[in-house]
Design a protein around this ligand. Structure first.
Ligand code: NAD
Length: 360
C-alpha cells in the first residue's frame, strides 16, 4: 500500500529535522508518496501568505499531514498558523505522550503520561476584545448591567467558551484512548472551584462520561495542585484530559520532566484529518546549523504511524530511537552537559537509520 501524505517542512529548524524524520520513516520500508508543500516564512516570500491555498487543499485531500515547526509571523493577520490549522480542520484533539527514554537529561524516572488536550475552545477560541475599542466598551456596559460588577474602562477581555458538545468529544476520546491502550487511570484537570460555568461544566461532563467506563479509574484534580503533583510524583499519572489552556501549560511542564522540548511531539486529530508535529517551535537561532535534536520530529512520525495502524514500522523506529538515546554516543547537544561530546542532527538521524537496518 502507498500512503499519500502531506509533508510541511515548515521554517527555522523545520526543514533540517523534517528531512531526518522523513528518511527515518522511509528506512522502515513503508511506502509513502510525500506531497511536499510550503508554509511559514518561505511561503510568505513566494505566495505572500504563510499558508497558501494549495497547502490547505493538499491536507484536505490527503487527510494526513506531517508538519515541521512554523514561525508565527508578526503582522500577517494570523495569530498562529498552527492554531489556524487546528481550527480550520476542526482538529479537536491534541494528544501528547510524555515518556522518559533512558539517556535523556532528567532527574525523573518511570514517567509515561499522555496528555489529551481539547484543541478548539477555552481561551484559545480567539474571542478577544481590545482595551478601549467601541465593542469592548459596549461589552463592559453589558457585563456591568447583567452582573452588577464594576469593570475598569481600560480593560481588555478574552472569552473562555467551553461547551458540553466539545467537552463530551474530548473526554470520550480520552477514556476510549485509555481503554484501547491498556491505560488504568484518567485524571481530569480543571479549576471548577473558581470557573463554575466553564471548568465546572467540563468537570460535570467528565463525571458523567466516566460512568460509562467503569474499567478505568477516574479522578479529577484542580490545575494548580496538578502542577505541583506532576513535579512531585509524575510516575503515578497515566492519561490526563484537560481543557485547552491547562493542557498547553501542563504539556510543557511534562516536556521538562522527560528531558525537554526536543523529546515531545503531538497529534492533532479531527473526524477525518490529522496533523502530526513536534511540540517545540522553529528555534530560529539554530536555523541551518544542523545541531538540534530531531527526536521530537521523529516521535511525531511515530504518532502518525500509530494512527495509520503501521505498528511494525512504529515499533522499529521507537526501538532504534530509544537505543540511540540510551547509548548516548550519537546524540545532540541537549542530551549532554556543557562541553561534552555530541553530534549534529544528521549524525543522530544516521545512527537511528543504521539501527533500523536502513541507509541514509
Ligand atoms: P522554540 O520551541 O522554537 O525554541 C525554544 C528553545 O527550545 C530553543 O531556543 C532551543 O533552545 C530549544 N529547542 C527547541 N527545539 C529544539 C530541538 N529540536 N532541539 C534542541 N533544542 C530545541 O520556541 P520559541 O523560540 O518561543 O518560538 C520560535 C517560533 O516558533 C515562534 O515564532 C513561535 O510562534 C513558533 N512556534 C511554533 C510551534 C509549532 O509550529 N507548532 C510551536 C511553538 C512555537
Amino acid at each position: 500500500m502507498v500512503y499519500k501524505i502531506t509533508l510541511l517542512p515548515g521554517d527555522g529548524i523545520g526543514p533540517e529535522i523534517t528531512e531526518v524524520a522523513k528518511k527515518v520513516i522511509e528506512a522502515t520500508g513503508i511506502n509513502i508518496d510525500w506531497d511536499i508543500k510550503m508554509a511559514g516564512e518561505e511561503s510568505i516570500k513566494k505566495y505572500g501568505t504563510p499558508i497558501p491555498d494549495e497547502t490547505i487543499k493538499s491536507i484536505e485531500e490527503n487527510k494526513i499531514c506531517l508538519k515541521g515547526p512554523i514561525t508565527t509571523p508578526i503582522g500577517t493577520g494570523f495569530r498562529s498558523i498552527n492554531v489556524f490549522l487546528r481550527q480550520y480542520f476542526n482538529l479537536y484533539v491534541c494528544l501528547r505522550p510524555f515518556k522518559i527514554y533512558k539517556g535523556a537529561r532528567t532527574k525523573f524516572e518511570n514517567v509515561d503520561i499522555v496528555i489529551i488536550r481539547e484543541n478548539m475552545e477555552d481561551l484559545y477560541a480567539g474571542i478577544e476584545f481590545e482595551k478601549g475599542k467601541e465593542e469592548t466598551l459596549e461589552l463592559i456596559k453589558f457585563i456591568e448591567g447583567k452582573t452588577g460588577k464594576k469593570l475598569n474602562k481600560n480593560t481588555g477581555i478574552s472569552i473562555k467558551p467551553i461547551s458540553v458538545e466539545n467537552s463530551e468529544k474530548i473526554l470520550r476520546f480520552g477514556f476510549e484512548y485509555a481503554r484501547k491502550n491498556n491505560r488504568k487511570k484518567v485524571t481530569v484537570v480543571h479549576k471548577a472551584n473558581i470557573m463554575k460555568y466553564s471548568d465546572g461544566l467540563f468537570l460535570e461532563v467528565a463525571k458523567n462520561i466516566a460512568k460509562e467506563y467503569p474499567d478505568i479509574e477516574f479522578e479529577d484534580k484542580i490545575v494548580d495542585n496538578m502542577a505541583m503533583q506532576l513535579v512531585q510524583k509524575p510516575e503515578i499519572y497515566d492519561v490526563i484530559v484537560c481543557p485547552n489552556l491547562y493542557g498547553d501549560i501542563l504539556s510543557d511542564l511534562c516536556a521538562g520532566i522527560i528531558g525537554g522540548l526536543g523529546l515531545s511531539a503531538g497529534a492533532n486529530i479531527g473526524e477525518d484529518v490529522a496533523i502530526f508535529e513536534p511540540t517545540h517551535g522553529s528555534a530560529p537561532k539554530y536555523k541551518g546549523q544542523k545541531k538540534v535534536n530531531p527526536s521530537a520530529m521523529i516521535l511525531a512520525g511515530i504518532l502518525m504511524l500509530d494512527y495509520l495502524g503501521e505498528i511494525e514500522a512504529r515499533d522499529k523506529i521507537e526501538k532504534a530511537l530509544s537505543e540511540v538515546i540510551r547509548e548516548g554516543k550519537y546524540v545532540t547537544y541537549d542530551f549532554k552537559e556543557e562541553g561534552e561530546k555530541c553530534v549534529g542532527t544528521i549524525e543522530m538521524g544516521e545512527a537511528i537509520i543504521e539501527k533500523i537496518g536502513g541507509k541514509w
